[in-house]
Design a protein around this ligand. Sequence first.
Ligand code: FAD
Ligand code: EPU
Length: 340
Amino acid sequence: MQIQENISLRNYNSFGINANARYFANFSSIVQLEELIANYKLQTTNHKLLILGGGSNILFTKDFDGLVLKNELKGIELVNEDETFFYVKASAGENWHGFVLHCIDNGYAGVENLSLIPGNVGASPMQNIGAYGVEIKDVFEELEAYHIHENIVQKFSAGDCAFGYRESIFKRKHKDAFVILNVTFRLRKQPVFNISYGAIEQELEKMNVRELSIKSISQVVINIRSSKLPDPKVIGNAGSFFKNPAIPHIQFNELKMLFPDMVGYASGSENTKVAAGWLIEQCSWKGYREGDTGCHAKQALVLVNYGNAKGEEIYALSTKIIDSVKSKFGIELEREVNII
Ligand code: FAD
Ligand code: EPU
């Protein structure tokens, strides 16, 4: 539990950006976390902190001039059950997909559609991770988080977390205030299969699945994801770089007259969520490469580092994309990735 100095973060972020942390330490217990923060506050006047999980939703645009705390809290535990649900508590440093596989092996249903999302359990509530028709808010029971400045552990219910599409209170009002320590999930004893999204049914047919199970759905999701999303071990990326924007139905209908192929889905009673990947592709960015930065050839929503791209170069490319989408469609894309 030592604080190291000037550590390269290249292997700690899925973009593979070679930024440095001024200070760096791991913690695997709350006591260690408390001690590290207390010592850091005593020893420096600079109290900047960054809690790091798997680094799969972060873009470092510069060196981090503070302490990076790498979360290594481990453990998965069945804490309760009733007629309908298992309540499973996972520590924040557990790998998310490892947790999903654990649930599938034990017959805990509800997270199978969220298979193969990179990163750790602790970051899953940060942006209410979602894929293939499910978000963690659908299976969330509660979490415990440590308040960095007040030195207390606090419980949060789903209501407290203010979950939204790729949103939570930890990205807004409580930004940089808490370290999420563990999350308890409410998982079904009898699965309710969710196969309505995108290519799931097609892929089930392709795999010749006769009887649905949480395992087969997980495999289908893994197959679909692997076919279009770049593996960060091969090409650096952080998944979708932008959110899918929600625009008023009326604006969508007007745009649809001009661009009949435009892809959108109803989102609440007033808005349509537009596929940002489609917007970016229409602006000819898909497959674009400039030096080592680029826009992925199979999924335009994913910006990539082919090797030695700098974080600020990827950020600059994202700005050009935002500008061109704005000028062609009048829609302002918002970055989903956390920019440091
Ligand atoms: P990090 O990148 O380490 O951190 C993300 C943010 O959370 C940072 O601000 C960090 O400070 C904060 N944070 C991390 N841990 C804690 C903690 N314990 N306490 C407090 N703050 C913390 N996301 C989706 O929602 N759906 C997808 O389908 C999806 N697909 C992806 C595919 C690929 C190929 C990649 C690379 C990413 C994808 N993502 C997706 C994004 C990413 O996987 C998620 O956002 C994931 O939850 C990030 O976890 P992490 O541990 O890597 O977080
Ligand atoms: N599309 C294009 N061109 C592209 C990419 C997409 O036209 O290059 C259109 C297609 O019509 C496609 C539609 O966009 O049918 C939707 O594409 P896809 O199913 O791949 O999903 P997405 O909207 O691009 C979102 C999430 C992903 C999540 C998938 C599956 C966001 C920002 N992204 O992507 O999450 O895995 O749905 O549910 O909501 C992430 O957050 O990092 C992430 C990868």
